[in-house]
Design a protein around this ligand. Structure first.
Ligand SMILES: Cc1cc2nc3c(=O)[nH]c(=O)nc-3n(C[C@H](O)[C@H](O)[C@H](O)COP(=O)(O)OP(=O)(O)OC[C@H]3O[C@@H](n4cnc5c(N)ncnc54)[C@H](O)[C@@H]3O)c2cc1C
Ligand code: SF4
Ligand code: SF4
Ligand code: SF4
Length: 402
C-alpha cells in the first residue's frame, strides 16, 4: 500500500503536523481522533484498520499541500494604523485591525469566526459571531493553540447564506481554504504574524494554579493588558469572581515561560511564512515602526501592521471605518518583520524544560528553572517592576550617550 494514499501520509508528518485537525474532519471513515502528546499538543491518531486508502486526508492536509494553498499575490498594499475608537484600541492586542475588519463584514450582514477562551479560560476554541458584540471575546492574543473541532464545517455552512470573515493562525487559514477547495468569493480570511503558540496545558495549569492561590474562579483574563500602553512588555491580568485581581509581566508567568520554551514543534519549521500565506490580509504588531527615523508616527496604545495580500483583501480594507492608516511600503521593503519571514528558533532551554514539564507539571518546572533573582522579583508589585525597568533603561541610555 502506498503511504501517500492512506492514513500514514498524515501520521508520518510527525512533528511537522501543525495540529489543524483537518484530517480528522475530512476522513469519511472516522479513522482519526485527536490525541495529545506528552505536553498536550494534539496530533491525529489513526485506527489503521478503518482506512480505505481514499487519499482524501493527504490531499487536504495544509502542511502536505502548503505550496498549492499559498495565495498567488502578496503584499499588494502595506499600511500602519490603529482604531480611532479608544475602547476598541485598548481591548485589542495591537492596533485593533481585527475589530475594524469584523465591523466591515457585519455591515455586509456577514459573520465572523475567531478564537475565544473556553472551559473557564483553560482552553481556546473557535466561535462564530453574528454581531459586533459577539467579537468581544475574540479580541486579545491567546498564546496557546486553539481547538478546531468542527469549525471548518460550520464556516462552510454559514458561507451558503452570508459572507464570513475567518481569523486565525496562517496554518488554520490554509486548512480552511483547503477544506473549502479554494476560497469562495464571500469568504474573507485574515491571519497574523505567528511565532507559534504553546500548549493548552500551559494555560490550564496556570489558571488552576492562580485559582488555587486566590481561592476563586477566574472571571476575566488577558495576556495583553494595556495599562502601561502597548509596549514594552506584555502584561497578563486576570480578575477573579471574588473581586480580587492578579497582574504580572506575561514573560514572568508560567505560561510566558511555556510560550518561549515550549512552542508547538511544527512552528520551528513553519510552512506558512512570507509568501506562503493563504490569507487575504495579514496583521501584526508593528514593532519596527517604533524609533524608526523614516516612520512618521505610531500610536503608543497599539499600532497594527496591515499586509494586504489579495484584491479581495484590498476591497475589504478599503471599506473599514474608525481606523486611521497610512502606507508604510518603503519601511516594510527596508525591513520585513522577523516573524513574517523566519520561524521561531528552538529555545536553548527547551529540552530540559520539557523534561521537567512532563515530570512535574508547569508550575514546578518553572520554579525549578528560575534563578534566585527572578524568584525574588515575583514578590515585587508590578508597577514598581515596570517603573524600575523604565528608570534603568533611561540610566543606561544616558550612560551610553555620555
Ligand atoms: C499564537 C500567536 C502568536 C503571535 N505571534 C506574533 C508575532 O510573532 N508577531 C506579531 O507581530 N504578532 C504576533 N501575534 C499577535 C498578532 O499580531 C495580533 O493578534 C494581531 O496583530 C491582531 O491585532 P489586533 O489589535 O487586531 O488584535 P485583536 O483584536 O486582539 O485580535 C484578535 C484576533 O486574533 C485571533 N486570535 C487570538 N488568539 C488566537 C489563537 N490562539 N489562535 C488563533 N487565533 C487567535 C482572534 O481570533 C482574533 O481574530 C501573535 C498572536 C498569536 C495568537
Ligand atoms: S479513509 Fe481516506 S481520508 Fe481516511 S485515513 Fe484513510 S486515506 Fe485518509
Ligand atoms: S497538519 Fe492537519 S491535516 Fe495534516 S496531519 Fe496534521 S492535523 Fe492532519
Ligand atoms: S507558527 Fe506556523 S505552524 Fe505554528 S501555529 Fe503559527 S502558522 Fe501554524
Amino acid at each position: 500500500m502506498d503511504s501517500k494514499s492512506d492514513y500514514r501520509a498524515c501520521v508520518d508528518l510527525g512533528t511537522d503536523c501543525c495540529g489543524c485537525e483537518l484530517c480528522i474532519e475530512v476522513c469519511p471513515r472516522g479513522v482519526f481522533s485527536a490525541a495529545r502528546d506528552s505536553v498536550g499538543f494534539f496530533y491525529p491518531k489513526a485506527e489503521a484498520e478503518k482506512c480505505i486508502s481514499c487519499g482524501l486526508c493527504s490531499r487536504k492536509c495544509p502542511v502536505i499541500n502548503s505550496k498549492n494553498l499559498a495565495e498567488s499575490t502578496h503584499n499588494i498594499g502595506v499600511f500602519a494604523g490603529w482604531s480611532t475608537d479608544e475602547d476598541t484600541l485598548m481591548k485589542s492586542s495591537s492596533g485593533g485591525l481585527f475589530s475594524a475588519l469584523a465591523k466591515a463584514v457585519f455591515a455586509e450582514n456577514g459573520k465572523v469566526a475567531g478564537a475565544v477562551y473556553s472551559e473557564g479560560f483553560k482552553a481556546v476554541e473557535f466561535f462564530i459571531a453574528d454581531n459586533y458584540s459577539g467579537i468581544e471575546a475574540m479580541r486579545g492574543s491567546k498564546y496557546v493553540q486553539g481547538r478546531k473541532s468542527d469549525i471548518y464545517r460550520r464556516v462552510k455552512t454559514e458561507l451558503k447564506n452570508c459572507p464570513v470573515l475567518f481569523c486565525g493562525t496562517p496554518c488554520e487559514v490554509a486548512a480552511l481554504v483547503s477544506y473549502l477547495g479554494g476560497a469562495p468569493e464571500n469568504l474573507y480570511t485574515c491571519d497574523f504574524l505567528c511565532y507559534g503558540p504553546t500548549t493548552e496545558a500551559a494555560l490550564s495549569q496556570t489558571v488552576e494554579h492562580l485559582e488555587r492561590k486566590y481561592r476563586s474562579r477566574i472571571a476575566a483574563l488577558t495576556m495583553r493588558n494595556k495599562r502601561f500602553g502597548w509596549t514594552p512588555k506584555y502584561i497578563f491580568k486576570c480578575v477573579f469572581s471574588n473581586g480580587k485581581s492578579y497582574e504580572n509581566f506575561f514573560g514572568n508567568m508560567p505560561i510566558g515561560t511555556a510560550f518561549t520554551s515550549l512552542k508547538r514543534p511544527s512552528c520551528h519549521s513553519c510552512k506558512f511564512k512570507d509568501n506562503m500565506r493563504a490569507s487575504d490580509i495579514t496583521m501584526a504588531d508593528y514593532w519596527d515602526i517604533i524609533g524608526n527615523s523614516e516612520a512618521v508616527e505610531y500610536n503608543k496604545n497599539g499600532t497594527s501592521l496591515v499586509i494586504v495580500n489579495t484584491l479581495k483583501g484590498k476591497q475589504l480594507f478599503e471599506k473599514i471605518e474608525d481606523f486611521y492608516s497610512f502606507s508604510t511600503e518603503q519601511l516594510f521593503a527596508q525591513k520585513k518583520p522577523k516573524a513574517l519571514v523566519s520561524c521561531a528558533p528552538v529555545s536553548p532551554s527547551r529540552g530540559p524544560f520539557e523534561g521537567k514539564f512532563v515530570k512535574m507539571g508547569l508550575i514546578e518546572a518553572v520554579r525549578a528553572s528560575k534563578s534566585v533573582k527572578s524568584k525574588l522579583m515575583e514578590h515585587v508589585p508590578l508597577p514598581i517592576k515596570y517603573y524600575g525597568l523604565k528608570l534603568l533603561a533611561k540610566v543606561r541610555s544616558f550612560r551610553d550617550r555620555g
